[in-house]
Design a protein around this ligand. Structure first.
Ligand SMILES: Nc1ncnc2c1ncn2[C@@H]1O[C@H](COP(=O)(O)OP(=O)(O)OP(=O)(O)O)[C@@H](O)[C@H]1O
Ligand SMILES: [Mg+2]
Length: 487
């Protein structure tokens, strides 16, 4: 536990998670004629021919069972759509709807002359419910709290990330059309469209998950989808310390750094835990401060009371109406913030971000895609150049070195663990070069037979450049935390 060095946290969590769990589904009895419940979502039944289910392919038992269920499911799905009053779906209670779907399924199975055992019948009913009301095969993955990311490469290849490891999932779609239908369902629910002429979309789903899709012909072997699931309870500092993302000394140092309003950049590769780290660091901000957050997809969940959240917006189909992160940032500067947090700096907003950090909004934070503190600085330089700002390189570097105080490097290691591999202070300029000093780092010592990395965190033996500031602000860290770990 991060306790030994813990100061009474300046930010008292005011609100718990922003969203609450929906009520758990309760199984209700099927609305049969016997129990007298009204069949609210069923349409009057048209007379229709019954089609026999297609012949399943002969394969091994489990595959054969799955294939048969899939065939029946497809048939049942179209029958359900014929039978259900779709306009009532929106308002129907989940328990009523489940009961109704179960009843229709039983009737139709009877009519088709299909006999299923109890387990298969239940699987079929759950899958049909997911298909009609939700996102079909994705539903179980979305409900599984152990799954962080869902990555789809065409209809038959679905990968998930569990405990930092990517693994192939059993989930598959019937075909590309099925996958496209689900994508369409997802994006149309948030007022977006994706088709051949507009083949990619990046959106935030209603539950806060981040969604990106690219459909054929751009996706060569089928649609490519990635979903970063929204975690209601973001990992906090204590959990990160428990998970071994960093140690207590580093947590104590970071608390001092954030509370004493150093400007922090969290750097790292894709999915390395940048946003999670940024979110955790924000818990050290005092509750009295006015914080504005700017993101492409709102993911941060700040615990403070005084938080204004902004989300940039892509252009519409006619190419109009875009609101960039830079637009948000410029506006934010007029909104009297104490601190500004930009989810990820990746473009022209860099110049406004650095200016904000330099001009009275110290304690601002952002993340950046880079592999080391030095690399993060070069990425900033490149972004400034790409934004069309013509400044001598020395001036650019001096701007960066005076704006940024600290670079926290996050990394996803080969065993799937996410760690803070380095904490580096930017101390100024030496000639044309930005000078920096590493305070803590992760030392890799070896590899266990099961592929787990053996390593440890250690201080680098350098006292913080900001020690005096920490002391003045009441965060007098003991000199021992800067001592390297012994052998
Ligand atoms: N230390 C950790 N231990 C376990 N899981 C973690 C840790 N840090 C982050 N995660 C999980 O890893 C996933 C990716 O984290 P996060 O969104 O913070 O990464 P990111 O670097 O911001 O990704 P991106 O580059 O896509 O924005 C999340 O589901 C998060 O919950
Ligand atoms: Mg992120």
């Amino acid at each position: 536990m991060f306790s030994r060095y813990k100061k009474s946290a300046p930010a008292q969590p005011v609100h718990a998670a922003l969203t609450t769990d929906p009520e758990p589904a309760t199984e209700a009895p099927a609305p049969t004629k016997e129990n007298g419940q009204p069949a609210i979502v069923r349409r009057p039944k048209p007379t229709q021919d019954t089609k026999p289910p297609a012949e399943p392919v002969v394969m091994d038992k489990e595959v054969r069972r799955r294939a048969r269920l899939d065939e029946i499911k497809t048939e049942m799905h179209s029958r359900l759509l014929d039978n259900l009053n779709l306009s009532a779906l929106e308002t129907a209670k989940e328990s009523d709807l489940r009961a109704e779907i179960n009843a229709i399924t039983n009737d139709e199975l009877g009519e088709m002359g299909v006999v299923l055992n109890r387990e298969d019948r239940q699987t079929l009913q759950t899958e049909l419910f997911d298909e009609v009301t939700g996102l079909g095969p994705l539903e179980p993955l979305l409900k599984d709290d152990n799954v962080n990311d869902i990555l789809i490469n065409g209809p038959y290849n679905v990968f998930v990330e569990r405990a930092g490891k990517l693994e192939k999932s059993d989930c598959r779609f019937k075909d590309e059309r099925h996958l496209l239908r689900i994508i369409d369902k997802i994006v149309s629910a948030v007022g977006r469209r994706v088709d051949e002429s507009n083949p990619y979309v990046d959106a935030r789903l209603k539950d806060g998950s981040r969604f990106n899709a690219m459909v054929p012909p751009v996706g060569v072997d089928g649609s490519l989808v990635s979903i970063r699931k929204f975690k209601k309870d973001k990992l906090g500092i204590d959990e990160l310390v428990n998970f071994g993302a960093f140690n207590e000394e580093m947590a104590a140092y970071l608390q001092a750094a954030v509370a004493c309003r150093l400007n922090v950049i969290v750097s790292g590769g894709t999915g390395s835990g940048k946003t999670t780290t940024l979110n955790a660091l924000s818990s050290f901000i005092g509750n009295a401060e006015r914080i504005l957050t700017i993101e492409d997809t709102a993911e941060l969940q700040l615990q403070q009371e005084h938080v204004g959240r902004m989300e940039s917006r892509p252009p519409n189909v006619e190419g109009k109406g875009a609101v960039t992160q830079r637009d948000c940032l410029r506006n934010a500067l007029r909104m009297r913030p104490d601190r500004i947090i930009v989810g990820e700096t990746r473009g022209e907003e860099v110049i406004d971000m650095l200016q904000a950090m330099n001009t009275g909004h110290d304690g601002s934070m952002t993340t950046i895609h880079a592999n080391s503190a030095r690399d993060a600085c070069s990425r900033l330089e490149n972004m400034i150049a790409m934004a069309g700002i013509e400044m001598p390189i020395k001036a650019v570097r001096s701007q960066i070195s005076s704006a940024v105080n600290l670079v926290v490097q996050a990394s996803r290691l080969q065993d799937g663990s996410r760690r803070m591999v380095s904490i580096t202070e930017i101390t100024g300029m030496e000639g044309d070069v930005i000078s920096m000093q590493e305070i803590f780092r992760y030392e890799r010592l070896g590899l266990k037979p099961d592929g787990t990395i053996i390593g440890r965190f250690t201080a680098c033996g350098v006292r913080s450049h900001y020690s005096e500031r920490f002391r003045q602000w009441g965060y007098d860290l003991p000199a021992s935390i800067y001592e390297p770990a012994g052998d």
